[in-house]
Design a protein around this ligand. Sequence first.
Ligand code: PHE
Length: 493
Amino acid sequence: MHPLERKVLPVLKEGMELDEIAAASGLKKVEVMRALQWLSNKGALTVKQEVMEVVNLDRNGERYLKSGLPERRFLQGIRGETPVSKIDVAKDELNVCLGLLRGKDAITINKGKDLVVSITDNGRRMLEKESLEESLLKRLPVGLEKLSDADRHALELLKKRKEIVRVDIRKVWHVSLTDLGKRLSKLKLESGNTIETLTPVILQQGLWKGRTFRAYDVKVNVPKVYGGRIHPLQLVIDRVRRIFMDMGFKEMEGPWVETAFWCMDSMWIPQDHPSREMQDTFYLPYQGTIPEKAARLVKAAHETGGKSGSKGHGYEWSAELAKQLLMRTHTTATTYRYFGEKNIRPPAKYFYIGRVFRNEATDASHLPEFHQVEGFVMDEGLTMKDLMGYIKEFYARLGVHRIRFKPTYNPYTEPSMECYGYNEETGKWVELINSGVFRPEALEPFGIKTPVIAWGLGVERLASLILKQDDIRNLLGATGDLNWLRAYKVPRI
Ligand code: PHE
């Protein structure tokens, strides 16, 4: 037996409570609990937990127990016709006393200038004996189920008054020894020949010879320890990165805080486009800088179409608006930084996985802050068929085989296409990918004349599909499902 068990066992008596065992054994409550558990595992005792309601003295109750209830003090203070101001009870107790004592016909009240009271025969009798309330207060704390009908009546009266009594929930452990336990408790329980803890000294000096060791109970319930592990979302990100790498893409890198220029203007999103409004985009109260030459060409693309062959949007483009800093709303901002700053020339294949921010409400499939994956391919002769092929291949490598394409609209791609994946778990088609062929107006300012096909997708949404979660909010953040996060198994694909 463990030393704790040996300390607890001899003091145990039928029906004892945890506090009592702790006091009798000189152990802490947790130690007693542990010992009880071990002993019950051994079949030496049974432990039953009972939830009890206990009536306790509250703040005022404790005071009154010493000084007497205010109504008694009130009655005692009456000498003939007595103005209430002369009686020694607190202001907030006065009304209770008056109401209560008049209700019991213990006093008469004369309203003059001052309130004057006198005691009745009933009142005098009350002074001679203990009230039900006083009798109950003296016996607290007591279990609710032990109260007589008279006590219960008194309790109801006291509960109506301020902080005299309180009914608390208490958990009580009932312990009873089994036959084995009874036999064990009669044994001499010194550790004697048993070694409790193995130390280097015991090994070095051979002290273990001829002695026995305490056995370990490997079946006992112990607190769970959770080791650190990689978040499932990170695993999905790593897998996506692997897939792009395997398909020969290079990885890009870009900032979270962007100018409107790289996030929107560079790709021919007009400056009055609804997605640029504050309801959709988090703006910062600062301006950034924009590259002069690219700005000139982007301005031309917006205003007249520049050399792209388009008529442009036909409005006056503002460099000031383009300098506005914001939290990027999509990773296409980084694609465009690469077009503008890295002089990418065909053939080229790039991808990026990064965080983006959108001013929108959270629900099962939306978060205001999430990760996007973006890929583009730049080469002669690319068409929508290539785009579909890449997307299909990308999904196949993720284990999503049922996909559907649908035409859509993007300001910077034409044609544009959405792709849906089938969620086997919910039986629903989920929009996963937005894609398209970049428009000439969105490429010409950067000197790109070859077709560029591109696609972007939300990682959290993809992760909920792969990880078979029907609500994105289970995955991460304050609403994350901890039990699932601790227990999930990485799906093998
Ligand atoms: N940027 C788009 C989005 O946020 C995705 C996209 C990327 C669309 C590239 C077309 C081309 O939804």
